[in-house]
Design a protein around this ligand. Structure first.
Ligand code: MN
Length: 288
């Protein structure tokens, strides 16, 4: 059994641009070793937006050295980047962007969603890259809802959408640079099941909405994160209400982390270089 290290409650909400009221659930600055290969997770909403004609979101900004994974639960987002990628991400869709050597992108509410208003609920997860891939070419994977396999848990207990890695032999569509499992788990009230995850991997369960009893001991509620020990391979979960959970697990990347804002590298020197490269337009620009 994977032991619970602790249960964390996300920080107070703050705004990212004018589109994303987020709670930062974890960050490498305070959970580094126990959360690697993941770096940061922001949970936005659920929040209602009134109709408007003014685009809401985050203006053009860079990233280097890691991947951003955007999971939309409710609402519609629109994305555009310096590698020429452009797309919308709706409920159930996942955008897996490998910034690697660098991209500049903008993240906005999709125009029709902005005009009509509605509820936005999404997660943005930052996944670290092993040092040898930090300066590789940027890449972009659009994982549509219909391309993400769904496994039913017996006895009407719920479902698992396999975004990355594998659940009961079914593989998720995301290509990753280190071994990762990322599952969107929905449990019905009263469901009880056991999750198997690789021994030696760091594991965290984020309860988005609901209440979950873990290993027949501690309980995690809305926007709470349970962190687990690397040893052991199973976690028991019992839903005390209908519960939506994001399961994150991965092989730790045992390399130094030096980050500043949108750049996460291995050394101070590489961070200075990233800032210089951005200032000189070498990370790119969004085409018109
Ligand atoms: Mn970004």
């Amino acid at each position: 059994m994977k032991k619970i290290i602790r249960i964390e409650t996300g920080a107070a909400p703050h705004w990212v641009g004018d589109g994303f009221p987020v709670r930062t659930i974890f960050s490498y600055q305070n959970a580094g070793e126990v959360i690697s290969p993941f770096l940061l997770l922001d949970y936005a909403g659920p929040a209602r937006f009134e109709p408007t004609d003014n685009p809401r979101g985050v203006e053009e900004h860079p990233h280097r050295g890691f991947e951003t994974v955007t999971i939309v639960y409710q609402g519609q987002l629109e994305h555009r980047d310096s590698a020429g990628n452009h797309g919308t991400i709706g409920p159930g869709d996942v955008q897996w962007m490998t910034a690697a050597s660098g991209v500049v992108h903008e993240e906005f509410h999709q125009s029709e969603f902005t005009r009509n208003g509605g509820i936005l609920e999404m997660v943005q997860l930052w996944v670290n890259l092993p040092a040898k891939f930090k300066m590789s070419a940027p890449k972009y994977q659009t994982l549509l809802d219909r391309d993400i396999p769904v496994v039913s848990i017996p006895n009407g207990c719920g479902t698992v959408r396999v975004i990355a890695g594998e659940f009961q032999g079914l593989k998720g569509p995301a290509c990753t640079f280190s071994p990762i499992d990322l599952w969107d788990l929905r449990l019905a009230h009263g469901a009880r099941t056991e999750l198997s995850l690789p021994e030696g991997h760091n594991t965290a369960l984020l309860v988005l909405r609901g209440r979950l009893r873990l290993n027949a001991s501690k309980v995690a509620g809305d926007a709470e994160l349970a962190l687990f020990d690397r040893t052991g391979g199973t976690i028991t979960v019992e839903a005390q209400s209908n519960t939506s959970v994001l399961v994150l697990s991965g092989e730790p990347i045992s390399e130094p982390i030096v980050g500043r804002g949108p750049f996460v590298m291995n050394t101070e020197e590489e961070i200075c270089q990233a800032i210089l490269d951005y200032q000189h337009g070498r990370i790119g620009r969004i085409g018109l």
